[in-house]
Design a binder for this molecule. Structure first.
Ligand code: GLN
Length: 498
């Protein structure tokens, strides 16, 4: 066996390239996302867009949904046209252009900028996540721990984003803050270019390239799509076409869920998979179910839990009032503190031959997240009685949510990279990232029933989320024996038969 590359904290040097690229990309993404609703709802005097809260919330949901939905074409383009390395590079450039456009203080720059950022993220996000796993050989037990480290990079990036964009927004204005996001992405691109040597040979060409004819057809179709988007944007700005974001957001959750099944089913039935690849797809399906359920609860952080912090939490410490937004960074801080423990935990468990299936790790994550909502159930009962609760209720919930996230999110990424048929890994990562979309949108719909006017309902909402997640978690634990069997399917058994 060749000697293992352990140059980056015991991991291949290429992890460094991907870690920092994704860190800067997430800095720009979360930095911008944190101001999105504030910018849309700010008045014209405050140089905002003066949208209503309802349309701002709907546009926010559509945008975050679209960002991850576009991972599907992004994965496809990598598998069939460009390979992961180039797709990530172009994606990053498009993201940077999007933030630059947002930084231009002109009324029509807003939606155009968002379209750029969403498109670029669709190209970058699934493929960089797939490349992390491709640094490891199939049986390398460092994979889960590599994803845990990578996940830490994601959250260091989001912390920098919240801090820098938040500061610029307060002190210099919206467009400087959008500009800061563009600078962040630019740093990521420079870093990627200069350290690309470390990922030489990793996903540098399409895994399953189209024929020359197919390639030119594909580019024609992509060109046609771009033309349609441009025409739609022009028609909307001219007022020829009226889009109602609130109505649109409602139906999009269904469309995304159906798309998930169609795409997954398409690869399963039409992808000419071997028997063992099909078994591993079943194992992946369980992971995707856990992921969609998880984010539906977890993503309340920005919506209903945020309102809970604002309205029902006693944020006064002495004479200092903790700003509501500070609670949002609890998640990033806990991730950064806890990630090294989880990275070590997965390695140690593997060494001791304790190897639960991926879906059981995810199920444990889901159940731990649910216990966070049990805590909120009690906190919300105090709120329903007209009291304000101490900050540690929310902090405890965010702690549990983060522990759950670390059991599920990096593990699920690792599962996708390990279990997908190699020639579909980009697309499967795209399908997986679609579970983020579904989770985000369902969480928005659930949070819609969080009615500050009717605080009596809130404990019930949290209890429902907790029970549902625990229920799904238990089913997945019971399916562990099946999942293990599916995950271990490998083609050498089949080759022997042939
Ligand atoms: N924080 C994680 C990331 O940015 C997961 C995002 C999500 O909404 N699922 O990758």
């Amino acid at each position: 066996d060749a000697k293992l590359d352990t140059a980056f904290f015991g991991h291949p040097k290429g992890l460094q390239t991907l870690f920092f690229t994704e860190m800067w990309e997430r800095m720009s993404y979360y930095g911008m996302r944190a101001m999105l609703v504030l910018f849309m709802t700010a008045s014209l005097q405050q140089e905002g867009l003066a949208f209503t809260v309802a349309s701002a919330a709907a546009i926010y949901g559509l945008y975050t949904g679209a960002v991850y939905f576009l991972g599907l074409p992004g994965g496809w383009i990598s598998d069939r046209l460009l390979g992961g390395q180039r797709t990530v590079w172009y994606g990053g450039i498009i993201i940077m252009c999007g933030h630059i456009i947002l930084a231009i203080p002109h009324p029509s720059s807003f939606f155009i900028g968002l379209i750029f950022v969403a498109t670029g993220t669709g190209l970058l996000k699934p493929n960089i996540s797939a490349m992390v796993g491709q640094l490891y050989k199939t049986e390398d037990e460092r994979r889960d721990s590599g994803y845990a480290i990578y996940y830490m990079g994601i959250n260091i990036g989001s912390m920098i984003g919240y801090g820098v964009c938040g500061y610029f927004m307060e002190n210099l204005g919206w467009h400087w803050a959008f500009g800061a996001a563009a600078v962040g992405m630019a740093l990521g691109l420079v870093q990627y270019r200069f350290s690309q040597g470390y990922i030489a040979g990793i996903n540098d060409r399409p895994a399953n390239p189209l024929s020359t004819k197919g390639t030119s057809l594909a580019w024609t179709v992509i060109g046609a799509f771009i033309a349609i988007v441009i025409l739609t944007v022009i028609a909307t700005y001219q007022g020829w076409l009226v889009i109602n974001p609130v109505a649109l957001a409602g139906s999009v959750a269904i469309v995304f869920t159906i798309t998930f099944f169609i795409y997954f089913g398409h690869i399963y039935f039409m992808g000419e998979l071997t028997e063992s690849e099909k078994k591993r797809m079943w194992a992946l399906f369980l992971v995707c179910v856990a992921s969609a359920c998880f984010w539906s609860g977890f993503e309340q952080a920005g919506s209903s839990l945020n309102l809970f912090a604002r309205d029902y939490t006693d944020r006064l410490v002495g004479s200092f009032e903790i700003p509501t937004a500070w609670f949002q960074s609890a998640n990033s801080i806990f991730i950064i503190v806890l990630s090294p423990f989880f990275a070590a935990l997965w390695i140690n468990m593997a060494k001791r031959m304790i190897t639960p299936s991926y879906s059981v790790k995810c199920a444990v994550g889901l159940i731990i997240m649910a216990t966070g909502f049990l805590v909120m159930f009690f906190a919300a009962q105090y709120a329903a009685d007209g009291l304000k609760v101490a900050p540690y209720w929310l902090i405890t919930t965010y702690f549990l949510h983060t522990v759950g996230e670390l059991c599920l999110s990096p593990v699920a990424l690792s599962a996708v990279s390990r279990l997908s048929p190699a020639r579909y890994v980009g697309q499967m990562m795209g399908v997986f990232v679609l579970t983020y979309s579904i989770g985000n949108i369902i969480s928005g719909l659930l949070a819609g029933s969080f009615d500050p006017e009717n605080v009596q309902q809130i404990p019930g909402l949290y209890m429902q989320i907790a029970l549902f997640s625990i229920g799904v978690g238990i089913v997945l634990v019971l399916l562990n024996f099946k999942a293990k069997f599916w995950e271990r399917a490998n083609d050498t058994d089949e080759l022997r038969l042939n």
